[in-house]
Design a protein around this ligand. Structure first.
Ligand code: NIG
Ligand code: FE
Length: 402
């Protein structure tokens, strides 16, 4: 583990903050609710006060931000970190011209089934620590590399040790042993596998894509999940145009993720004020698979809610870096630096239907990041440079040194 933690003082004052991003337009300037020369007080793991440094109340402990900026912890609403094995060779082949295909998932399935529970937990814990050290304070984690009742259930048990945001993704791909009977696999996922997995998860997801699950199968999976109390999210429109976005909006999914290939109807559906489905863009995947980037500008200009997430997994994007996603979103997807930071924080919270994270309004969880930078613009301006000085989750310092 690369993280450290210290005892939580009853109250903590973070003082002399150059720029504080609250994501509360009522508390400061612009959509990010920026407060200059600011302070923030944490009490009992929650934000208790924000405002000008000169007016801050006293607290039991003090951190001097010395003019650096503080932003809400990143909310990474999409990852697959419960796995074993390595697909570096597949990445190398891709860089030599081979296309990314959904079927590569099966090689991770074989390695994951062969791994011990302890090995899976150790690997996932290490990746969570890596994410935390880079400013991620909430990480959604999916199953999807087990694809048997027992292997999916244990993946969810591992995930639940590490996060509240656990997603059942038995419908990731049809495993080899069901290659001749894909409908039989959907019966398994929507029947015994769902019954075993639902108690360990909050969400259900499906990879609705050519080479994975078609619209009808995806609808069955999400509907069955709902009947077991799971909320829907969808992998859609990654490898080509398809029904994923339309289905996600139709079923009121919290999020549809990837959105690399969208048509006008998809954008209109996501931007419809009656839709609460967030478009979660995963630019690290498009980078690592040499795919085109999604049209974030069209989504934002139409009024859709956009989130950014890593999709950390061994196949399509082996990165836990939300800062990389921000830099790619700004450079490659024409999001403004403010839009990208919002999407990596509040956007992720909305994709997880959470109102206690992703912002630093009074009452929010005290999940915050002190950046070794005078302005959050530096996340995109200095790509590839580690800039996280310290990270607090629920008011407890979990990485770095102030
Ligand atoms: O989100 N698209 C489906 N699942 C993952 C890829 C997983 C893999 O290649 O192992 C994704 O990109
Ligand atoms: Fe994914």
């Amino acid at each position: 583990m690369t993280t450290t933690s210290t005892p939580v003082p009853r109250s903590l004052l973070v003082d002399r903050i150059g720029v504080l991003v609250t994501n509360d337009p009522g508390a400061g300037e612009g959509r990010l609710g920026r407060i200059l020369d600011a302070a923030l007080v944490v009490e009992e793991g929650r934000v208790a006060w924000t405002g000008p440094a000169g007016r801050a109340p006293a607290a039991d402990a003090r951190v001097d931000a010395a003019g650096r900026c503080v932003v809400p912890g990143f909310v990474d609403s999409h990852s697959h970190i419960v796995f074993a094995g390595d697909r570096g060779a597949e990445f190398a082949a891709r860089m030599e011209g081979r296309a990314y295909e959904a079927g590569g998932i099966r090689s991770t399935v074989a390695a994951t089934r062969a791994a011990s529970d302890d090995a899976l937990l150790a690997r996932a814990t290490e990746l969570l620590g890596e994410a935390r050290a880079q400013g991620t304070t909430t990480l959604e984690i999916k199953s999807g590399y087990g694809l048997t009742v027992a292997d999916e259930e244990r993946a969810l048990r591992v995930a639940a040790r590490l996060t509240e945001e656990v997603t059942f993704l038995g419908a990731h791909v049809v495993p080899q042993e069901y290659a001749a009977d894909p409908a039989g696999y959907v019966d398994l996922v929507t029947g015994p596998m769902l019954r075993a997995c639902a108690p360990h998860a909050r969400w259900i997801d499906v990879f609705c894509e050519r080479g994975a699950f078609d619209e009808e199968a995806a609808r069955r999976v999400l509907t069955a999940g709902r009947e077991h109390g799971l909320l829907a999210r969808v992998h859609g429109n990654q490898l080509g145009p398809g029904p994923g976005v339309g289905l996600a909006v139709e079923l009121g999914a919290a999020s549809v993720d990837h959105c690399t290939y969208l048509d006008g109807a998809d954008i209109a559906a996501l931007a419809d004020p009656a839709s609460s489905t967030v478009a979660t863009l995963l630019p690290g995947v498009d980078f690592s698979t040499r795919a085109p980037y999604p049209d974030a500008r069209a989504l934002l200009d139409a009024g859709a809610t956009v989130a950014l997430a890593t999709d950390c997994n061994p196949g399509s994007c082996f990165s836990t870096s939300m800062a990389l996603c921000i830099a790619l979103a700004v450079r490659e997807m024409r999001m403004t630096p403010d839009e990208a930071l919002w999407a990596a924080t509040e956007g992720g919270a909305r994709a997880l239907r959470r109102d206690d994270i992703g912002h630093l309004r009074v009452g929010a969880r005290a999940d915050l990041v002190l950046l070794e930078a005078p302005d959050p613009l530096y996340l995109a301006y200095r790509p590839g440079v580690p800039q996280v000085a310290a990270v607090w989750k629920d008011g407890e310092r979990v990485a770095g040194r102030a």
